[in-house]
Design a protein around this ligand. Structure first.
Ligand code: ZN
Ligand code: FE
Length: 253
């Protein structure tokens, strides 16, 4: 039985995700950007929350944990770093699994944006929740980790099946597209950027994306092919990635 994903916007540009294992009705919340909005959404869906799954410690991902647990009694699962701002009922790390009814989430280590960042992958449904690691046409800023760590994390995500649906935690795609066009002249990127700009004009979301689409057009995953454009030709892949990331950090578009 499938996993149903209910996505909605929170704060200025976050997405929140309520997911339900249809076989059992067990429900989880992926990160807690805004407790009020999440509790209202649970109410209107008539879903009872069983689990909170955190990707990393940032307040726009774990800041609603306490309020939501107080109301719902949900079990909070996440990487150790979340204890900086919240209680955790269970600490998980790469290689662990988390059960939601009949749905199994594999925990994938995805440090770089923060040191302990993790992603959750439901292999049966080919659905991944990647927090602030991989974005549509982008990747998370390196607040805590090294480019090498983030490159390794992105490679673990890129190794998932191409058809995997990827739920990113922010709507950053239009500005990511403007940067991508500055380092990549490929026809595939141009076509996608046009679609993204048009979708945003219409007020539509560009999340979720897929692993296949990101491998074809995301300048961070394509860093080795763009090495010359960013002054890193002949360097290891992680250095090319570092150069693309550094270019994005100073891009004014
Ligand atoms: Zn973050
Ligand atoms: Fe975030």
């Amino acid at each position: 039985m499938p996993l149903t994903v209910h996505q909605f916007p929170c704060l200025s540009d976050n997405y929140a995700f309520l997911v339900r294992d249809e076989a059992t009705g067990k429900t989880a919340c992926i990160d807690t950007p805004e407790s009020g909005a999440i509790l209202r959404e649970l109410d209107s869906l008539g879903w009872d929350l069983d689990l909170i799954l955190n990707t990393h410690w940032h307040p726009d991902h774990a800041g609603g944990n306490a309020d939501i647990k107080a109301i719902t009694g949900a079990t909070i699962v996440g990487p150790h770093e979340v204890t900086r701002i919240s209680h955790l009922d269970r600490e998980v790390a790469g290689g662990d699994t988390v059960q939601l009814g009949e749905t199994t989430f594999q925990v994938i280590e995805s440090g770089g944006h923060t040191l302990g960042h993790i992603a959750y992958f439901d292999a049966a449904d080919r659905i991944a929740f990647v927090g602030d690691t991989l974005f549509a046409l982008g990747c998370g800023r390196l607040f805590e980790g090294t480019p090498e760590q983030m490159w390794d994390s992105l490679q673990r995500l890129a190794a998932l099946p191409d058809e995997t649906t990827v739920y990113c935690a922010h709507e950053y795609t239009a500005s990511n597209a403007r940067f991508a066009l500055s380092v990549d002249a490929s026809a595939a990127l141009k076509a996608r950027a046009d679609e993204v700009f048009a979708a945003r004009e219409r007020g539509e979301w560009t999340v979720p994306t897929t692993i296949g689409l990101e491998k074809a057009t995301n300048p961070f995953l394509r860093a080795p092919a763009l090495a010359e454009r960013v002054g890193a030709s002949g360097e290891p892949d992680a250095r090319a990635f570092a150069a693309v990331r550094a270019a994005k950090d100073v891009f004014k578009g």
